[in-house]
Design a protein around this ligand. Sequence first.
Ligand SMILES: *Cc1c(COP(=O)(O)O)cnc(C)c1O
Length: 503
Amino acid sequence: MPEEFGDWDPEIFEKHGREVISQIRGHFEKIRDVPVAVPRDPAELKSAVAADPPETGELFERVLADTWEKVVPGLVQWNHPSFHAYFPTSASLPGVLAETLTAALNVNSMLWQTSPAATALELVVLRWLAAMAGYPQDADGLLVTGASLANLYALAAARDHALDFDVRERGTGGPGAPTLRIYTSDQAHSSVDKAAITLGTGLANVVRVPSDEQYRMRPDLLDEAIRRDLAAGFRPLAVVATVGTTAVGAADPLERVAEVCAGHGVWLHVDAAYGGLYRLAPSLAGTLEDLSVGDSVVVNPQKTLFVPLDSTALFCRRPGALARTFRLVPEYLTSAHDGDTTDLMDLSPQLGRGFRALKVWWVIRTFGRAGLAARLDASVALARRLRERVDRHPDWTCPAPSAYPLVCLRYTPEAVTADPRLSEGRKREITDALNARILRRVNASGTAFLSHAVLRDGYVLRLSIGNIRTVGEDVERVWRELDRIAAAELAEPTGTTAWTDPA
Ligand SMILES: *Cc1c(COP(=O)(O)O)cnc(C)c1O
């Protein structure tokens, strides 16, 4: 093969690598000058990047320039300090570098034999993460692609545990097979529903237990639902409790939920994707739910521990349960096991798996446990301060409390709420529309990026704090901008918020 068809010379790699790293440095140094998101016409955006694959290789300088000019401006800057939508998944710089080395090594950690140190390191970081989350360190576990899949895998293990026949062999159906039910709160993440779809349990068999006034699952109603189902011949598959719900950051009362589960012998899975690792934060010490009552638990370092996408940890304290569901070794994957080794492919449906442990290891080692704790505490403090500001403002409210740095705010101006011409229903409609417009306008402005939720009080803006770069001045700026946009929207309504005409 002629030499020019090989890979880049490592010297060329270093030259380009230095340039890329220098540009990343510039990107972070100027990140506050860059809009968090710019609304773009989809057709225009697509045509800016549309092209046929080049027949011959292009100059890398050209590829890199196109990336910064045509691609990056069309992205939402998830690493921006004013990104407050959904849950921030901020990538710290040690994590960014770890991803580069991970790509260079391109290790597949499917078997112990295919990369012993990758598996060994994964077991170490899992133990660290379990300790941080307050879960038994000797639990089985693995790093997976996102909490949605972690929930699915845990529920597959729970299903096989719940059925007294060989599900792997026979499948879930057949004569006499019971209908399975999954119990979760009306606030649970949609990935529970998706797991029910994937497992063949069916959406109709996801029982959404009502939550209380603070959006926490009602254990008494959970107990009632299970009793009713047992009497009707259903078989409980699992209860999924949430620590850090998606809409408002509530936590289900785990101890009481676990008592209900124990009473009926039902598997308790805890989706602590958002809340689980906040147990590290000293300012929340003693106030959070105890995850160790869960048969299985998911926590998400990609969400709260400044590790780049993707890295989620799934733990299961029932020894061997994950392997009983997923271990399947064809001839071509058999390997010699000398000593105490683990093949991580045995614990999930995934075979080829990247070396996710390295970035978790680098981030935890470079910041330290206390350093991570201080960073989580800083977010909690910023959120508390913002909540105080909002509570003091006569035209804004925080309709739902959260221990975590997630602030739900709703613009409720007196001009609407005290207007005697308007019915209560109409006031709510107008306020909902106002808040939706505020969200659109702030996101279009590029100064911040927020998301929304619909609560019992109506439409709220969700402002989630957790980016590693966010400081007080950043939150202050977003708050001033929200209030300014809200006042402008009230004074000069646009679109559907035109409300002065009482309906
Ligand atoms: C984020 C989140 C999920 C989904 O996580 P992915 O990693 O995006 O799949 C599931 N449950 C909860 C409670 C979450 O916060």
